[in-house]
Each structure stands twice: as C-alpha cells, then as structure tokens.
Design a protein around this ligand. Structure first.
Ligand code: NA7
Length: 298
C-alpha cells in the first residue's frame, strides 16, 4: 500500500513540492485555505481534504508550507488544526520559514501530545520547488529525520540535518542573510554595468562561472536585466524573513549592518506597492537612489 502523506499550503512553493510527492508515488492528501488552489493538483490525482485535521487523520506524515509563524500555529493548533486529527506518532514536517524560538516551543508542545516534528525550511525558489531540487535544512531528532528522508528527498536534492529543534530555521535565516546580500551586490554590479554602457547579458555571461557566480546571479540577475520581476519569492515574504533575522540577531546582540540596510530598501519597495514582486526587484530600490534604470538605452 502507498504511504499517505498530507500537504498543507499550496502556494508558490507548496504546489510544486506536493506535485513532486505525488510523482514519487505517495498518496497525497492536500488542503489549502483558498480551496480553488487545490484544483490543479486534485486534477492530477491528489485527494482534497476539508481542513488540516482531516489531512492529519489520513496521513502518517504531514508537510506544512504556509507563510509565517502565526499561520503555522493556526494549522497546527487552531480550530480543526492538525492536532485535532493526528494519530499518535504522526510526523509533522514544517517547511515554512518561521521564528526559530517559536519553532522550539512547537516541537515541545507536539511531543507532549505524542506527535513528532521536524523544522525543515527550504531554499531554491519556485524553480527548485517545481524541479524537486530544493535545499532543505532540517532541525529535529535523527530518528525523525530518517523517517522523513523519503518525503524530503522527493522534494529536495540537498537535505542536511543541521541540529536539534529550531536549528533548521536558524540555518534558513543564515541562508536569507546571504541571499539578500548577494542580491544587493548583483544589483549594484548591474547598475554599474548599465551606467558604464556594457552589454548586460554579456556581463552576466562573462562572470557567472567565475568567483562572482551564484544561483541568484544566474537566475534572478538574468530576470532583472529584462525587467521580469515575476516572483520566485515575493518581497513581502523576503521582508518577513529579514524581520525574523533581525529579531534573532537583536536577541543575540549581533550587529548586521548590511542586512539591516537591505531590510529598509525592501521596505521602501513595499511602500511603493511592490510587495508582491520578486525579491530581485531589490534592484529597483537602487535604481530610485541612482537614477539609473536597468535595460534602458543609457
Ligand atoms: P505563498 O505563495 O504566499 O503561499 C502561502 C501559502 O500559505 C498559501 O497556500 C496560503 O493559503 C497559506 N497560508 C497562509 N496563511 C495561512 C493560514 N493562516 N492558514 C492556512 N494557510 C495559510 O508563499 P510561498 O509558497 O512562496 O512560501 C511559503 C513558505 O515557504 C514561506 O514561509 C516562505 O518563506 C517559504 P492561501 O492560498 O493564501 O489561502
């Protein structure tokens, strides 16, 4: 018999991840708050559920991919939440990016109820979610990681058990510090190229396989130079993650000068109504400062 897996949250990331679970041969029970978002995957054979408790009652492992800390709290412990339907020993894999401190409390609360949890945030953008090539950073106990490996490897390529409860979320915040710092450097580099009259395609082609190469440059830099700001990851969610970073850094007393500044640049874009654009639209904040526009003739 096929193992039954639950999936809650079919957004930009979750929809591709759930599809990959299906392709890997699991029976996938899905629930999304906005019901119409279940239609495409149900048409491909997933089984729709009426609420998170319903998903949990039919699944030995339940994967969550929703927006923020309170949203994970809601699907776990809210009205008709997972804990209302879960059988003993159900493993909950939270792939959302949320507060590490709150995550540690969720692990304890679930353990007290006889349930298991891993925090397993993801990186690799919508492409990684669709292609099953995500990097997944996992916090929790080794026996639970071993139990989850079939599910995780259906969705990701690099699965790393980084430590105990909450450690996956902490590593994800490291990931976000590096991602936004890289995008800031890419933006400055591309505006420099634009102002200097360089061919932007040739510039990226020339440097992407050298020391300046990165996933962000090859994927989001190439999108930015044609002014395609379709989100693989929205500014609103990026900003949510930077808030988590800065809160955790504040608690540790750690200064993060560049990340703090980038947080403010993203805020300026949100204030311009660009929160639903991709995180590479950071370049637009620097365009406003410099008066240089990417893709223009000068
Ligand atoms: P999206 O595309 O904004 O999708 C967010 C999903 O989370 C979407 O399915 C939402 O349902 C769902 N959601 C949000 N809040 C809730 C609550 N309170 N209850 C139930 N469902 C909820 O985000 P991404 O897929 O890009 O990212 C998801 C996570 O992965 C996030 O933490 C990122 O940082 C990494 P909706 O369709 O709006 O009803």
């Amino acid at each position: 018999m096929k193992e039954s897996i639950g999936f809650i949250g079919l957004g930009i990331m979750g929809s591709g991840m759930a599809q990959n679970l299906q392709k890997a041969g699991f029976d996938v029970h899905v629930w999304n708050r906005t019901a119409s978002r279940m239609d495409p995957i149900v048409a491909e054979g997933a089984i729709p559920a009426s609420d998170p408790a319903d998903v949990a009652s039919k699944s030995s492992i339940v994967t969550i991919c929703v927006s923020n800390t309170q949203d994970v709290e809601d699907v776990l412990f809210g009205d008709r939440g997972i804990v209302e339907g879960a059988q003993p020993n159900t493993l909950i894999i939270d792939t959302s990016t949320i507060s590490p401190q709150a995550t540690i409390k969720m692990h304890s609360r679930l353990h007290e109820l006889g349930l298991r949890m891993l925090d397993a945030p993801i990186s690799g953008g919508s492409e990684g979610a669709t292609n099953g090539t995500l990097s997944i950073m996992v916090g929790g106990e080794v026996s639970d990681v071993n139990r989850a490996m079939g599910v995780l490897s259906a969705m990701g390529r690099q699965i790393t058990h980084v430590g105990s409860a909450g450690a996956g979320q902490m590593v994800k915040l490291v990931n976000q510090i590096v991602v936004v710092g890289t995008m800031q450097a890419i933006s400055e580099g591309l505006l420099f190229a634009q102002k200097g009259g360089l061919d932007l395609n040739k510039t990226i082609e020339a440097i992407e396989h050298g020391a300046a190469g990165s996933w962000m440059l090859s994927h989001r830099g190439t999108q930015a130079i044609v002014r395609d700001f379709t989100p693989g990851f929205t500014i609103d969610l990026q900003q949510k993650d930077l808030r988590l970073v800065l809160e955790a850094a504040d608690e540790m007393g750690l200064p993060l000068p560049s990340t703090s500044q980038i947080f403010q640049l993203y805020r300026s874009l949100q204030e311009k109504g660009l929160g639903q654009e991709g995180n590479h639209a950071l370049i637009q904040a620097l365009e406003h400062l410099s008066g240089v526009t990417i893709g223009s003739s000068k």
